[in-house]
Design a protein around this ligand. Structure first.
Ligand code: NAI
Length: 336
């Protein structure tokens, strides 16, 4: 066990926060031997709840947890953090337009970006979960120019894991035997869950999912819409949005980023596009990536058919639109 790693969780008094912090304190994110110090940030109206979370963390007596900072002060929260998980944000309320939510989150992410840039550890890795996750990450990147763009990502691993789960249910195989699905694009209903390169490990080796699922119609329709709309289905069932699965996927995202992906396996991460697969550069777009020595790289050379191309472009176009809305909100912000 080395020095403790400092992990910031914003929105820590919320639902995902409540599921996520015990996972981090148990080692699900950074490994069973890695001590951690948790930095928990929320806003003033939630301070009492935040302190309640801190009390429970103390009560759970996690051996790996070496300290807890629970605060509403952004600078204090960001001080010296090695990993920043951005869960806090302004939720879209009924009747609110996308640009209204965007402008609220823009101010939040602008402030948090500057605080991270000034006070986080040098090589801090950032994971944005709060929606609109890709565009919040883009804003964070714009306002923290000294943080390398490679260090700023957003969560699409939940969608990736949902795709693995659907295939495993359909084929009645273990989810751990399914790999290399891809989520392309936005963490929204335009995302494209792609199984063209995915496989299942069987006694007779790795077999492609396209071969195993004979029903191409299911793969092209129901499978895609089930994954795209799984978030809405959870809200309908629970009256609350996904929290335990989001928290667990956030741990997967950081663990693989820090410790590397297994050989021959890739995962999906929202990362800054370098123009791979003709996706406009600088958008935060979900790609298949492998990770090694704390760095991700986009899997290259995958064959893209026409069906996939259309879907990859559609979700890129939605992100371009979000970017335009974000910039117009930004100009209004500057005019105030
Ligand atoms: P929640 O509403 O339970 O918690 C959000 C917390 O953020 C609240 O405690 C709130 O006080 C706090 N917060 C608001 N503004 C803040 C600020 N400026 N600084 C610090 N904290 C602030 O919401 P929940 O269910 O935990 O979800 C959090 C976010 O994650 C939402 O935006 C949701 O849409 C998104 N999400 C993203 C997923 C993904 O796969 N990328 C999956 C599931 C949810």
């Amino acid at each position: 066990a080395g020095d403790p790693i400092r992990v910031l969780v914003t929105g820590a008094a919320g639902q995902i926060g409540y599921a996520l912090v015990p996972m981090i304190a148990r080692g699900a994110m950074l490994g069973p031997d890695q001590p951690v110090i948790l930095h928990l940030l929320d806003i003033e109206p939630c301070l009492e709840a935040l302190n309640g979370v801190k009390m429970e963390l103390i009560d759970a007596a996690f051996p790996l947890l070496k300290g807890i900072i629970a605060t509403t002060d952004t600078v204090e929260a960001c001080m010296g953090v090695d990993i920043a998980i951005m869960v806090g944000g302004f939720p879209r309320k009924e009747g609110m337009e996308r640009k209204d939510v965007m402008s609220k989150n823009l101010s939040i992410y602008k402030a948090q970006a500057s605080a991270l840039e000034r006070h986080a550890a040098l090589n801090c890795k950032v994971l944005v979960i709060a929606n609109p996750a890709n565009t919040n990450a883009l804003i964070l990147k714009e306002f923290a120019p000294s943080i390398p763009p490679k260090n700023i990502t957003c969560l699409t691993r939940l969608d990736h894991n949902r795709a693995l789960g659907q295939i495993s249910e359909r084929l009645d195989v273990q989810v751990s035997d399914v790999k290399n699905v891809i989520i392309w694009g936005n963490h929204s209903s335009t995302q494209y869950p792609d199984v063209n390169h995915a496989t299942v490990s069987t006694n007779s080796g790795e077999i492609s999912i396209r071969e195993l699922v004979a029903d191409d119609k299911w793969l092209k329709n129901e499978f895609i819409t089930t994954v795209q709309q799984r978030g809405a289905a959870i809200i309908k069932a629970r009256n609350l949005s996904s929290a335990l699965s989001a928290a667990s996927s956030a741990c997967d995202h950081i663990r693989d980023w820090v410790h590397g992906t297994p050989k021959g396996t890739w995962v999906s991460m929202g990362v800054c596009s370098d123009g791979s697969y003709s996706i406009p550069a600088d958008l935060i777009y979900s790609f298949p990536v492998t990770c090694e020595k704390g760095e991700w790289s986009i899997v290259q050379g995958l064959k893209i058919d026409e069906f996939s191309r259309d879907k990859m472009d559609a979700t890129a176009n939605e992100l371009l639109e979000e970017k335009t809305i974000a910039y117009s909100c930004l100009n209004n912000l500057h005019k105030l």
